[in-house]
Write a protein that binds this ligand. Sequence first.
Ligand code: EZ4
Ligand code: CO
Length: 402
Amino acid sequence: MKIIAVKVIVCSPGRNFVTIKIETDEGIYGLGDATLNGREKSVATYIEEHISPCLIGRNPSNIEDIWQYLYRGAYWRRGPITMTAIAAVDCALWDIKGKKANMPVHELLGGSSRNGVLVYGHANGQDIPATVDAVGRYLDEGYLAVRAQSGIPGLEKVYGIGRGEKFYEPAETGLPIETLWSTPAYLDFAPKLFEAIRNTYGSKPHLLHDIHHRLTPIEAARLGKSFEQFNLFWMEDPVPAENQESLKLIRQHTTTPIAIGEVFNSIWDCEIILREQLCDYIRSTVVHAGGITHLRRIIDLASLSQIRTGCHGATDLSPVCMAAALQIDMWAPNFGIQEYMVHSPETNDVFPHQYKFEKGYLIPGNEPGIGADINEKLAKKYPYKPASLPVARLTDGTMWNW
Ligand code: EZ4
Ligand code: CO
C-alpha cells in the first residue's frame, strides 16, 4: 500500500477545524484532526509545506517509522505546531490500518478494557444559581460527572462561561479579547460554588473544576484544601506547569485530585509529573500530544504511578480527535474519564461519527478505523474565519495566564 495524496482541509462549521486526509493507492483513506485553537493556519502550512511532500509514496502501514521520521527528521523537536502536525498524520495512519484490517483501532491497540467511556459534561452559568441549574440539566440527561464553572462577581468574561447553553467556546472572531482576573475574588468564591452544588444534588455526582492555569502553587494548595469537603473528582490545571516540580508543593498540602496536561505536547512535558506521581489524571490527548503512537507512551508511563487518563475533549478538538481519543480510552488499562463537550450541529454534520452518548458514557462503536469521517463538500460551505483565544490581565493591568 502506498500514500498517494495528503489533503489539508480547513473549515469553520461553527468554529475552525483543520483536518488531514491521507489517501492510498488501495482506495482506503485515513483522517486526523490537526486543529490548534487560534493557530490553525500554522499547522496547516506546516503539513502542506514540510510533511505532505515527504509522505507521498511511503507505505502507510509503517506508522512507527513515519512518526520517528517526522519527529527526529524535523531536527527542531516538540512544540505545539510540530506535535499537532505529527499527531494528525499518526491518527490518519492508524485510521488506515484499522480500515485495512477491518477492525476498530482499539482492537489493534490490544482490545477493549471496558464497555463504555465515562465522560463529563460542561455546566456553566453567570452566577451560582445559574450554574447549579446547569449542573442539574446534565444530571437529568444522565451524566454521571459534570464540570462546573461560574461567573465571579465583579469580573467580566470569566473563563468557562459560554454563550450557548451547552457549548463553551473561548475563541472569538478577530484579535484576542481582553479578560480580567482576580485571584483573591476567585479563591473566595470557588468553594461557595461547590458548596451550593453539593447542597443541591448530594454527594453522588462526580464534580470537576478547571482552574485554567491561574494560581501559584501555594494558592492552589489552599484552594485544594478548601475543596476537600466537597470531594471533587479533580481540580484541573491549578498552575501553569512549565515548572513540573511546582506541583510538589500542592501535593504536600491537599488530597484534592489534580488533573493536568491539556497543553502538553510530549512526554517530556510531564515526565517528572508522571514519574513522581504529582498528578492523578493526565489530560493530554491525541491531537496535541503527537497522536495515538505518542499518547500511548504517555499513558503507559502514567500507569507506573497509578495516574489515570482524563483526555482533553473541548469543542476545539474535532469529532475526528474525539473518535480517536475514544479508541485509546477503550483500550487504556488506566483510563479515568473523558472530557465531552457536545459539538454544534454544523460541526456534527461536517464530521459524521459513530460514537454516541448513553447514560453517562460514550460508546465508540465497532466501525473499522477510528470511526469518524468528513463531508468535504459540506466543509467547503464553511470557510475559515480568523479567530483568537482571549488574553487575561490582573485588575491592575498586569498580563496573566488566560
Ligand atoms: O481552554 O480547549 O478543559 N478544557 C479547557 C478548554 C481550553 C480550550 C483551549 O483551546 O481548558 O476550554
Ligand atoms: Co482545561
